[in-house]
Design a protein. Structure first.
Length: 340
């Protein structure tokens, strides 16, 4: 008789094996797996020890069939190249993980109605409980056919939405940045913008313009950028030889960093000759030279709130239609009063 191979002898550990080892019923094992409260702590510890010693892994697929829940959140995002989107994704994943949910990411490279619709179809095939969509593009939500059979929370979108929206108060942040420079005594504030395809960039630009107009100050032409340090550097090369520009509000910290580099290379002193304000408050922004005055936005709060609201939607509750996360100005050494 041939000897049975180790592979043939290997058997998947079942819940009944755990129940037998722990001396409990199958129902008790199921309660522990589902993390229900109606199990005595000592019993729960005994079951978990048995699970660990036997190498038992709960079957998520089977649990999903029984409960109708997959414990998976889908995320649709237009780009992974921006700092803001990466931080937002990280915050979403952390918040979902804290609730024992996994995240399935689907980047959308085709910024069209069809591209988003295809993304929804692909996610529905992967069985998710709900979806967070980070629109962050020049594509109005009203142009997108959002499915009606899955809970959805929208980030960085137009406010005209039937779905819950979570966003940073972009307008408040731009207003704080612009007003700070005006309060220092600058006659006006120039703006190094983000891409026009971005809702965030457009909101910041609109608020910058409105703040200048409300103060009765001249509104200069906009420097067009794309969130990158290279575009900031290109803008900085335009600024260094224009002494009439004494203050600039950059749409994000990376753009501001590029401007600072150009100023350093061509002898335009910051903040003595030019004050610079960024937006994001990247962890490295206090190590720029000089340390950057910037607008802080809480990506952690955006991610946490988006998951909290989505979980409420999944459970059948309706949350607030729009949740706006406030910003705050962090004043460092890159801004000062203009030279007399």
């Amino acid at each position: 008789m041939s000897e049975e191979s180790p592979v043939a002898a290997r058997r998947t550990v079942s819940a009944s094996d755990v129940a037998r080892a722990a001396g409990v019923s199958m129902q008790t094992v199921s309660r522990v797996v589902r993390d229900l409260d109606n199990v005595q702590p000592a019993t729960r510890d005994r079951v978990r020890e048995a699970m660990t010693s036997l190498g038992y892994r709960p079957n998520r697929a089977a649990r999903a069939l029984r409960s109708g829940r997959f414990r998976t959140i889908g995320v649709i995002m237009f780009t992974l190249s921006s700092y803001g989107n990466m931080r937002t994704l990280d915050a979403i994943a952390e918040a979902a993980s804290a609730l024992d949910h996994t995240v399935t990411l689907l980047p959308v490279h085709q910024r069209t109605r069809g591209g988003v619709s295809t993304a929804f179809t692909r996610l529905s095939e992967q069985a998710v409980d709900g979806i967070v969509i980070v629109i962050e593009a020049n594509l109005d939500e009203t142009e997108i056919d959002l499915p009606t059979d899955v809970p959805i929370v929208v980030l960085d979108s137009s406010r005209a939405s039937e779905r819950p929206v979570v966003d940073t108060d972009q307008a408040q942040g731009a207003r704080l940045a612009t007003q700070h420079l005006l309060d220092l005594g600058h006659e006006t504030v120039w703006h190094a913008a983000g891409p026009d395809s971005s809702f965030s960039a457009r909101r910041r630009q609109e608020s910058w313009r409105a703040t200048l107009e409300a103060a009765g100050r001249p509104v200069p032409p906009v420097f067009e950028g794309d969130w990158t340090t290279s575009s900031g550097y290109r803008i900085g090369l335009e600024i260094v030889n224009r002494p009439e520009i004494t203050a600039v509000f950059a749409a994000n910290d990376q753009t501001a960093l590029g401007i600072l580099r150009a100023c350093h290379e061509f002898g335009r002193r910051v903040p003595e000759d030019l004050s610079v304000v960024g937006f994001d408050d990247m962890p490295e922004s206090d190590s720029f030279w000089p340390p950057l005055t910037t607008v802080h936005q809480s990506f952690d709060d955006v991610g946490r709130l988006s998951i909290e609201i989505l979980m409420a939607e999944i459970a059948g509750s309706k949350g607030a239609a729009s949740t706006i996360v406030p910003t705050r100005l962090v004043v460092r050494d890159s801004t000062a009063a203009p030279r007399a």
